[in-house]
Design a binder for this molecule. Structure first.
Ligand code: G3I
Length: 387
């Protein structure tokens, strides 16, 4: 296998060396919009068992938005790799989420002081290139600005700061609309990870506002914008049954108490072999709430127990199948009117929060932007090929 990898790297290097701008180079940047049968463009090296030549863009095989994550600095960059990144983004996706730039720690810079500039740049890019923006995330225990952690005001003053922040942020990002008058920012993760297992997580927000801070947050967001879609977002909704049940019971309390909520974000940070049967069960359970369902942060670890020093074909195929399962179950289980979309948490492996110096390979593109077989798995699933 090592030999195969070496040969494929050599072949790829030769292709790069002999290509020129106009007549194409190696197939980087995912599938082309209209594959040209007469093109001299060398195909992806099919002898590499980890790669495949994609012919379809993800957004074209799904009836719902397909998303990925961005940062303002990447979108502004003209480096070769960020240019390729943007080519892939524009070709394959029609929805974007800020990986970090629209979190509280980045935007809430001081008491009554906000810096929306990174988010504004992302929204401007989305407007220019026809993307929907999913806002992430208004309140999350892991994204608190330092000044707020040490805020010396009373609890009432603390709550007033959070209320003002939520309202100002939602109102600000409601301002930009496309040519049809549709707001570019369609939705927000209002509260992220309220639960720790099936219990309410202790956080600065529960301590200073109370365990009902999440209900208040959804009401504040709705007051600031009557139309934007409001999501609750969490991890392990697939895989942790007790946590899922706690979330479902929270949703039914919201509905009976008239707390506004439109959707649930299932983060979907998965492993190649986990969850198994609970994956379709969880998607069904969440769809049964009647709310919108967003697969909001999809990635699949291939090496979660660190038993591999390099990816094996067998593990890559298991990972491909897990991607296929997500695409297939989401497409076939969630009623179309509730399919808010599917967002992948990164483009290249090396850009993933899970990369860890190269010890895992969780995404759909390798570090040279070639499409991996995981991409094929997701395409198959989205097209309805049963795993
Ligand atoms: O801002 C500094 C930057 O100035 C510095 O140069 C850099 C070098 O280390 O660190 C930068 O901040 C890091 C930031 O990512 C940008 O790279 C933070 O330390 C790091 O904690 C942060 O990690 C992000 C993490 O959320 C925490 O906010 C990850 O990129 C992001 O992928 C991850 O995403 C979360 C979702 O929001 C919620 N669900 C779980 C998911 C994975 O943890």
């Amino acid at each position: 296998m090592k030999l195969l990898k070496i040969i494929s790297v050599l072949l790829l290097a030769m292709c790069i060396g002999c290509s020129s701008g106009d007549d194409g180079g190696p197939q980087v940047g995912g599938p082309t919009e209209t594959p040209d049968p007469d093109s001299e463009t060398p195909p992806v090296d099919n002898s590499d068992p980890f790669l495949y030549s994609a012919t379809q863009n993800l957004k074209d095989v799904a009836d719902f938005p397909l998303g990925n994550i961005v940062s303002a600095s990447k979108l502004a960059s003209t480096s070769a790799s960020n240019t390729t990144f943007k080519d892939i983004l524009n070709q394959e996706y029609n929805s974007i989420t800020a990986e970090n730039d629209m979190k509280m720690a980045n935007m809430f810079t001081g008491p009554d002081t906000y810096d929306f500039s990174d988010g504004d740049a992302i929204v401007a890019y989305a407007l220019e290139n026809g993307f929907r923006v999913h806002g992430h995330a208004l309140i999350w225990h892991s994204s608190i600005p330092n000044w707020l952690n040490t805020f010396e005001g009373t609890d009432e003053e603390f709550e007033a700061q959070i209320e003002a922040y939520v309202k100002a942020t939602v109102a600000h990002f409601a301002e930009v609309t496309d040519g049809d008058g549709v707001p570019v920012v369609a939705s927000w993760d209002v509260v992220n990870e309220y639960f720790d297992g099936s219990a309410v997580r202790t956080s600065l927000f529960t301590q200073r506002i109370g365990t009902d801070f999440h209900e208040k947050a959804f009401q504040w967001a709705r007051e600031a914008d009557p139309d934007v879609k409001l999501f609750y977002n969490d991890y392990n909704i697939a895989g942790e049954v007790d946590k899922r049940n706690a979330i479902i019971s929270m949703v039914s309390n919201f509905i009976s108490d008239d707390i506004p909520i439109d959707g649930i974000g299932m983060q979907m940070h998965l492993n190649h072999d986990w969850p198994s049967t609970d994956l379709p069960t969880s998607i069904q359970d969440i769809a049964d709430t009647g709310l919108l369902v967003h697969i909001s942060e999809l990635d699949v670890k291939a090496n979660y127990s660190d038993d591999l020093s390099e990816l094996t074909v067998e593990r890559a195929q298991a990972q491909e199948e897990q991607y296929q399962r997500v695409g297939y179950y989401y497409t076939s289980i969630v009623p179309q009117a509730q399919q808010f979309g599917l967002t992948i948490w990164g483009v290249r492996d090396q850009d993933s929060w899970l990369y860890d110096g190269g010890s895992d390979w969780p995404l759909l593109y390798d570090n040279d932007f070639n499409t991996k077989i995981t991409h094929r798995g997701l395409v198959d699933g989205l097209e309805g090929v049963a795993p």
